[in-house]
Design a protein around this ligand. Structure first.
Ligand code: ADQ
Length: 598
């Protein structure tokens, strides 16, 4: 097993010409983490100027622009890399209400958990009343140092209220502010556009559909048109920056139509790739997708399309075969030929910055844990169960609560001795399905606590409050049982973060067999069917009663998988695949390649 030293490291990406992977230099301590769709809260100080629900495309880690794991990355990433994401790596905001407000402020619902740097003292920087949020984790912080090396371009929605105060007439700004190394091109979206493209087609149609919740799909009249328009705007921005050598790398389901638009607008020699961070549904479910063929055609504008796991890649190919009869699908090779173009479809499981979680967890101490117990009124001798999720109907929180209720009903001996902490972060609250789901979760917690709670003990501690990252790591480290029970999840990074932070190897992971992460972790986690109340409750009991030796053996094996398949490995794989696609058929991508260890 590769268990990290307490020394932290700087990772040097060095994808060699033969694609043999990444060098792993250990040089200096850093704090970056690289989960992509992570969550934080609007209570954080950096968010105080704009009330925003947490959501995807946000980060929960602390790092600064001068303190990135890959800051000194030496990478063979494409020379002309253009990254496209909904979320931007740097966001400019007015410090307070006395700052200039040009009326372009957009209330967003998704979050960065960011460090805010006052740029007032930086030469040539924005006016003193403007601060900049820097990437603090997730894929955003992972890509940032790579783009610095490559002097690339990042195109993203400019959601900060002062974003366009600092851009030039092409809506570009050089970032990071203190080390202007690459171009950030901001797309200015009206509130109407954001509501329709982001809270509409992206999260009322594609999100539920891709997670198999066809009944939750909400088609509002203008959402698809706005989604198309916003994708066009991003595509036009890419075309402004693309050269014959460019590699364009799009992130996620906000840009299903853009690849084809980009293909038509940039030189043939440039490459286009996309990573789809959420599941892909079966043809029976995809049948409900408004403009489904257009979505498939859009994605087939990519030269390379990545999913977390094989079954999503296969489901995508099944959908193409069924809904685009003119396409030639080769399941064995993982390729689609359509409209004279070949798209390679691959599965590469994303990991977390395991070393960073390990290091942060080791830095926590008993006092920190005790203060958390006190904060939540947990008896000091209580065993701890933990759930950490966005408040999303895919995460299976009501089903988890039902299983906990069954467990407490069947195991009165655990009353007072086991407390379950559910950290839930409100997300996309303007969408009725999310609002209803939040109400359900809160009322179930109340009901269960009323049923079993005493003056001294509540079985479930439920909090939507902001939890600092070091507190999160302390909870991960000391949770006896971590419950990750989504009804479906593209990957699930929380499960991997828990394992990475479980430095004493004395915790047990209960993991839904419907999470992408299950494919990597199933052999040593306790697998659960999140809807099997009885089996789930028994699994909680089994986990709490597990012999210490078995617990440690399982955790050691889990840690081995998580460290071996970490975010650095994933990033290296992405750039290796991008390079090979860009270099053409001779450097070709192997059939159904699985470059990340599973
Ligand atoms: P998400 O649906 O947001 O991501 P997940 O992969 O678990 O789910 O990532 C969540 C991240 O947010 C983790 O880094 C976690 O630490 C953080 N987080 C979640 N809840 C939190 C809370 N209450 N407080 C603090 N931090 C919290 C989407 C897909 C996933 C896929 C990722 C990456 O839905 O399946 O794994 O993208 O591709």
């Amino acid at each position: 097993m590769r268990v990290p030293d307490e020394q932290s490291s700087t990772h040097t990406y060095n994808l060699r010409a033969d694609g043999s992977g990444r060098d792993h230099d250990r040089e200096q301590a850093t704090d970056a983490a690289f989960e992509f769709e992570s969550v934080s809260e609007s209570e954080s100080e950096s968010e105080s100027n704009s009330e925003r629900d947490s959501d995807d495309d946000s980060e929960s880690e602390s790092a600064t622009a001068t303190d990135h794991t890959m800051q000194s990355a030496n990478t063979d990433c494409p020379d002309s890399l253009i990254v496209v994401s909904n979320r931007q790596p740097y966001r400019h905001t007015y410090d307070d209400e006395t700052g200039v407000d040009d009326g372009t402020t957009i209330e967003t619902e998704d979050e960065h958990d960011t460090d805010t740097t006052d740029t007032s003292e930086t030469a040539g920087s924005p006016p003193p009343s403007i601060s900049v949020d820097e990437p603090t984790g997730g894929l955003t912080a992972g890509i940032d140092p790579v783009l610095r090396e490559a002097n690339g371009t990042w195109i993203a929605w400019g959601d900060g209220d002062a974003d366009f105060e600092v851009t030039d007439k092409r809506d570009c700004v050089r970032v990071p502010p203190d080390d202007e190394a690459y171009t950030l091109r901001r797309i200015d979206l009206s509130e109407e556009a954001v509501d329709a493209y982001y809270r509409g087609f992206s999260n009322r149609v594609l999100w539920p559909l891709c997670h198999g919740f066809a009944e939750l799909v909400e088609e509002r009249s203008d959402d698809l048109e706005w989604y198309r328009t916003v994708n066009e705007r991003f595509a036009a921005a890419v075309a402004d920056h693309a050269t014959e050598e460019s590699v364009v790398w799009l992130q996620d389901y906000h840009f299903a139509l853009a690849p084809r638009m980009i293909r038509q607008a940039i030189p043939d020699s440039a490459s286009i790739a996309q990573f789809w961070h959420i599941p892909w549904p079966s043809p029976a479910t995809f049948d409900y997708c408004p403009a489904g063929e257009e979505v498939l055609e859009g994605l087939l504008g990519n030269d390379l399309l990545g999913f977390h796991v094989e079954r999503y890649a296969n489901a995508f190919l099944d959908c193409v075969r069924r809904f685009l009869p003119d396409a030639t699908v080769d399941h064995e090779q993982g390729t689609v030929q359509y409209n004279g173009q070949t798209t390679r479809v691959v599965a590469t499981a994303m990991g977390v910055d395991a070393e960073s979680y390990d290091r942060q967890a080791r830095e926590t101490d008993a006092a920190q844990l005790l203060s958390l117990f006190d904060r939540y009124d947990i008896p000091r001798n209580s065993a701890i169960g933990l759930g950490v999720d966005r408040l999303d109907y895919t995460k299976g929180i009501p089903e988890r609560l039902t299983a906990l209720e069954r467990f407490f009903a069947e195991n009165p001996s655990w009353h007072g001795d086991f407390t379950f902490i559910q950290k839930a972060t409100p997300s996309r609250t303007e969408i009725p399905a999310y609002a209803r789901h939040g109400d359900l979760v809160r009322s179930e917690v109340d009901r269960i606590n009323r049923r079993f709670g005493t003056d001294d003990w509540q079985p479930i501690v439920y909090t939507e409050e902001y939890v600092e990252h070091d507190d999160l790591c302390a909870l991960y480290r000391h949770a006896d049982v971590m419950i990750v029970s989504p009804l479906i999840d593209g990957m699930n990074l929380v499960a991997q973060e828990y394992v990475a932070a479980c430095v004493d190897t004395d915790g047990t992971l209960l993991l839904s067999d419907r999470a992408g992460a299950h494919e990597r972790l199933c052999s040593h986690a306790v697998s659960i069917d999140p809807t099997d109340v009885s089996g789930f409750a028994t699994a909680i009991d089994d986990a709490l009663s597990m012999a210490p030796q078995e617990r440690t053996a399982r955790m050691n094996a889990l840690r081995s998988s998580v460290f071996d398949g970490d975010i650095h490995n994933w990033m290296a794989t992405q750039f290796d695949l991008l390079r090979r696609v860009h270099d053409g058929p001779d450097a070709g991508v192997e059939s159904r390649e699985r470059p990340s260890p599973m």
